[in-house]
Every structure is written in structure tokens, then in C-alpha cells.
Design a protein around this ligand. Structure first.
Ligand SMILES: NC(=O)c1ccc[n+]([C@@H]2O[C@H](COP(=O)([O-])OP(=O)(O)OC[C@H]3O[C@@H](n4cnc5c(N)ncnc54)[C@H](OP(=O)(O)O)[C@@H]3O)[C@@H](O)[C@H]2O)c1
Length: 345
């Protein structure tokens, strides 16, 4: 007889999440079973709950991607680094497992392939670990989407700069940190209340996106710093036009590249000589797993253990545990500022 655990499931399209008991699954040979201690929420979770976007393949569904917790059981191929009892964070997403509800984050026990599980250093809380997985994967996938290898380390002589539009968002905060580690001179935008915070994450200069002259401010700064600004990551909606306006002023005759984390708008603006791509991990499953392994088992593991990467943005715990996930999604939908919402389990 399998054990049981609590899960917040989506019973049908457009309904609220409902807490039920599910059978606890056994891990496959390359998988880890995690007892979740903290779960973070992302915009895609309420897009799926409220608008079935991207479509949920079957119900009841277990949504979510971001967990931190303790390893309970491992499959036969999993290394000792993830032995039972280890503190970990994981990208636990049913989206990448054909909708399998055993692999979603919104439950007290979840499965994840070992390539998407990273050790959580003792000095970090479970809440700090839970805010990272999807944002890290998205921030790093921007580079590979644009053909920039994750191993890239620019030297100051190469004068490579990047614009991160939306540096106080969850994805943007990791985009700023990752760009800094790759040697880019980082320019970012944020609301006035978050300018200083985003600077602490490694941006050279942060600009208030509500300023009427924000485009010329950024272009002038790049000129003053004598850097090459032809790369951008748009991390929030409704910011592609302004990003292209900056690149128009900074790219010169060279080609420019933009990764766009939100879905590309249908009436997408364009700029001559500029490639604009939706930020996404590789679509081929084998390539994707290799990429995910690099993101979690190399980049994030090393970054967290050395302290060059810190959990970001700030954390707000929504009360209620698993039962608080509906409220967390409603609060996120209403809008957050430089904050990631988490439930403690
Ligand atoms: N492609 C993918 O695989 C993927 C994965 C994850 C997320 N996403 C998408 O990426 C987007 C961001 O997700 P998230 O979780 O990072 O969002 P989030 O943290 O909820 O975003 C909130 C932040 O957005 C900032 N913001 C809003 N409008 C802005 C603007 N015009 N300019 C600059 N900043 C602005 C706000 O800044 P202030 O408060 O400072 O004003 C706030 O801090 C969403 O559309 C999400 O669906 C895509």
C-alpha cells in the first residue's frame, strides 16, 4: 500500500486549487522523492489555474515548479550527493513531464529528476531555496536561446554590456546576477523603490522604467562607459518596444539580440538587424536535460556554495501552507514588487 500525502490540486479548468490526499509515488531510477518544506509561486501557475494557459493535459493536475525540502528516497542511478536526508531545492514541474501530477510542486511529496535538483547549503532557509528554480532556469535559458554559452566569461577588455529590463522581477533579479558572473556590464530597469536593491545584485546602473527619458538615460550611460550594448533580456511584459528603442541607439551597425521571457506579443515590434526570441530551454528532451543539469548541478550549486549567487528577490511568506497556495496565486496575480511569494509547508 503506498503512503499518502497532501496536495493542492487543480480539479478542473478555471476552478480554485483544492487540497486532497494523493498516493505518494516511488522515484524512478534517475529520480528523487522530496518532502517539500517551502513552495514558491510563479505567474504561469495562475495562468494555468485561471486561463488554462499553457493547457493542462489532464485533471486533477498538480501545478507549480519551485520547491525546497528534504530528500526522502532516491532511484538506483542517483548519486550520493543527493542521499536521503539531504537538503535540496528542485525544479519540480509537471509541465515538462507530460502533466504527470507526481512531478508538480504544489504538494508535500514530489518527484524530480536528479538533473534538476541542487543541494541547498545549510546557511540558506528552505524559503530561500524555493524562490530560485524557475527563475534560475529562465535567466540562464536566455543566454542559450541567444547562442551565448553558459560558460562565457567576458573580460573587461571585451566591453560587453547587457540590458535587463525588469531587474526587480524574480526572473530579472537572477538575470542581473547571472549576467554579472559572465562578465557583462549590467544595466537594468526597475521601479524607483527597487533601484538600490537591484544594484546590490550586481548591476552597474539601474534606471527607473517610469522616467520619460529612460531610453536616452540608458543609451547615454552605455556611451559614457564606452561599452558594446547589443544584448538584452526583457524579463517583464510590455517592455519590448523600449528595449528596442535603447538598442537602436546603442547597437551601431552590429547585430543585436533580445531574449524575451514573457510570451512574444502578437503585434511584436521589430528592429532592423535585431533577433528577438522567446526565452526557453532547449525543446529536444535530451538537450534540455543536459542544459537543466548545467543550470542546477553546476551553475547554481557552485554559485550558492561560493556565495556568488544569492536568493533573490526578497521573500514574502503567505500563511496557510499547502492550503495557502490559492491566496499566494491571487496575491501574485494582483502584482508584486521585488518580492517572491512562498508558502512554508
Ligand atoms: N519563458 C519562460 O520560460 C518564463 C519562465 C518564468 C517566467 N516567465 C515570464 O516572465 C515574466 C516575469 O516573471 P516573474 O515571476 O519574474 O515576475 P514578477 O516577479 O511577478 O514581476 C514583478 C516585477 O515586475 C516589475 N515590472 C513590471 N512592469 C515593469 C516594467 N514595465 N519595467 C520594468 N519592470 C517592471 C516590477 O517592478 P517594480 O515593482 O520595481 O516596479 C516587479 O518587481 C512573466 O511574464 C512570466 O510569465 C517566463
Amino acid at each position: 500500500m503506498p503512503g499518502k500525502h497532501q496536495a493542492a490540486v487543480l480539479p478542473s479548468a478555471g476552478s480554485p486549487l483544492s487540497v486532497i490526499d494523493r498516493d505518494t509515488p516511488e522515484p524512478g531510477p534517475d529520480e528523487v522523492l522530496i518532502e517539500t518544506k517551502a513552495i514558491a509561486v510563479n505567474p504561469v501557475d495562475y495562468y494555468q489555474r485561471d486561463f488554462n494557459r499553457p493547457p493542462v493535459p489532464f485533471y486533477p493536475a498538480v501545478l507549480g515548479e519551485d520547491v525546497a525540502g528534504v530528500v526522502v528516497k532516491v532511484g538506483s542511478n542517483v548519486s550520493n550527493a543527493l542521499a536521503p536526508g539531504s537538503r535540496v531545492l528542485a525544479f519540480a514541474s509537471s509541465f515538462y513531464q507530460n502533466g504527470s501530477p507526481d512531478h508538480g510542486a504544489f504538494q508535500k511529496q514530489t518527484l524530480a529528476g536528479s538533473e534538476r535538483v541542487a543541494p541547498l547549503p545549510d546557511r540558506l532557509s528552505f524559503e530561500e531555496g524555493a524562490i530560485l528554480p524557475l527563475a534560475v532556469l529562465t535567466a540562464l535559458s536566455a543566454y542559450t536561446t541567444l547562442g551565448i554559452p553558459l560558460e562565457t566569461k567576458y573580460t573587461p577588455n571585451e566591453k560587453q554590456a547587457i540590458l535587463i529590463w525588469g531587474g526587480s522581477s524574480s526572473v530579472g533579479s537572477l538575470a542581473v546576477q547571472s549576467a554579472k558572473t559572465m562578465g557583462f556590464t549590467v544595466y537594468a530597469t526597475a521601479g524607483a523603490q527597487n533601484l538600490e536593491y537591484v544594484k546590490t545584485l550586481g548591476a552597474k546602473a539601474v534606471f527607473d522604467y517610469k522616467a520619460s527619458d529612460v531610453v536616452s538615460q540608458i543609451a547615454n550611460q552605455a556611451k559614457e562607459d564606452d561599452v558594446i550594448l547589443r544584448t538584452a533580456h526583457v524579463c517583464v511584459e510590455n517592455a519590448l518596444q523600449q528595449t528596442l528603442d535603447v538598442l537602436r541607439l546603442t547597437k551601431g551597425d552590429g547585430p543585436a539580440k533580445v531574449a524575451h521571457a514573457p510570451l512574444l506579443p502578437e503585434d511584436m515590434p521589430t528592429l532592423e538587424g535585431t533577433e528577438i526570441k522567446f526565452t526557453f530551454p532547449p525543446t529536444d528532451p535530451e538537450e534540455r536535460n543536459k542544459h537543466i543539469y548545467k543550470c542546477f548541478n553546476i551553475w547554481l550549486k557552485d554559485g550558492l556554495s561560493s556565495g556568488t549567487i544569492v536568493p533573490s528577490p526578497r521573500i514574502q511568506v503567505v500563511p496557510g501552507g499547502i492550503g495557502g497556495l490559492n491566496d499566494a496565486l491571487d496575491t501574485l496575480k494582483a502584482g508584486v514588487s521585488g518580492t517572491k511569494l512562498v508558502v512554508s509547508v
